[in-house]
Design a protein around this ligand. Structure first.
Ligand code: SF4
Ligand code: MG
Length: 288
């Protein structure tokens, strides 16, 4: 139960990866406070629905504003918050079932808009809150409560998807490395554009992938996660494609494009034009 919100008594299961993501968000926010001297009230965390969305209630330390929204709609709500006050630091937290299924249709518009927010996606390959149904990132053939004969659809590859739709900052993290993850989240918050931090955050109750991710030498299981080499050029889109086409799950910043203006910058540019022109002058831009 959060000390800040004693009315809300949701609890994550022991070992849930979301504990590590919560710790990383706390580290990232507190480091940001020290570095920018911004007040914590300048940050808004918008959560979706799912075990992951409860993070907004469970954050310890300095308290940002929080909105626990509706399923799949963390991005439209974050868009509204950012439009109302572009100076706010806006973070979304959601799971794979929320962000990549019902919420999928909202990702590409914000990527093309380059909305300057940071989205943290907790991927456990399952719908945990509703007791273990398959999600978009559940692997083909896996038996879940909704796929008793094995999942018949392929899983989606979120990192490739973010790159394809034009997200300008893409990072991949792991919940058991909260310090590393915090750095990725902080970099995502600093990025002037649409940043997605996709996190492997295992569900110990319905899809425990810890061993698959980190490996187990005693059982001869090789890890699937690995750190991106230091010499990797994250501004090189072709290198990002190669990285994502190779096997394993790379951890670190996969892609960063600082050349595109953020939505806030574009909005300000248009506002300046609108300010100095009257309506008849503006209408002359259109070929009626
Ligand atoms: Fe975490 Fe899974 Fe438990 Fe939900 S059901 S709290 S995702 S371990
Ligand atoms: Mg999930």
């Amino acid at each position: 139960m959060s000390a800040k919100n004693p009315e809300y008594d949701f609890k994550w299961c022991p070992g849930c990866g979301d504990f590590g993501v919560r710790r990383a968000v706390e580290f990232a926010l507190s480091d940001r406070l020290k570095e920018t001297e911004e007040i914590i009230e300048n940050t808004v965390v918008v959560a979706g629905i799912g075990c992951s969305g409860n993070l907004v209630h469970l954050l310890e330390g300095p308290q940002p504003f929080g909105i626990h929204g509706i399923h799949g709609r963390s991005l439209p709500i974050a868009f509204g918050v950012k439009m109302a006050n572009p100076d706010l630091n806006v973070l979304t937290v959601a799971g794979d079932g929320d962000f990549l299924s019902i919420g999928m249709e909202h990702i590409a518009p914000q990527a093309t808009r380059n909305l300057d927010i940071c989205s943290v996606v907790m991927d456990n390959g399952v719908y945990g809150l509703t007791k273990g149904q398959s999600s978009p990132t559940t692997e083909y053939g896996v038996k879940t409560s909704s796929t008793p004969y094995g999942k018949v659809e392929s899983s989606i590859d979120p990192l490739k998807y973010y790159l394809t739709i034009g997200a300008t900052f893409i990072a991949s993290g792991y919940s058991s490395k909260p310090r590393d993850l915090a750095k990725l989240i902080q970099a995502g918050m600093e990025h002037a554009g649409f940043a997605v931090i996709h996190v492997q955050s295992p569900c110990t109750t319905y899809n425990d992938t810890y061993e698959i991710l980190k490996g187990n030498a005693k059982k001869g299981i090789a890890p699937t996660i690995y750190d991106i080499p230091e010499e990797y050029d994250r501004t090189d889109r072709l290198a990002a494609e190669d990285l994502l086409n190779s096997s394993g799950i790379p951890l670190g910043i996969i892609y960063e494009d600082t050349s595109r203006p953020s939505f806030t910058a574009e909005n300000n540019r248009v506002k300046e034009i609108v300010k100095i022109r009257d309506i008849s002058d503006l209408l002359s831009d259109y070929d009626f």
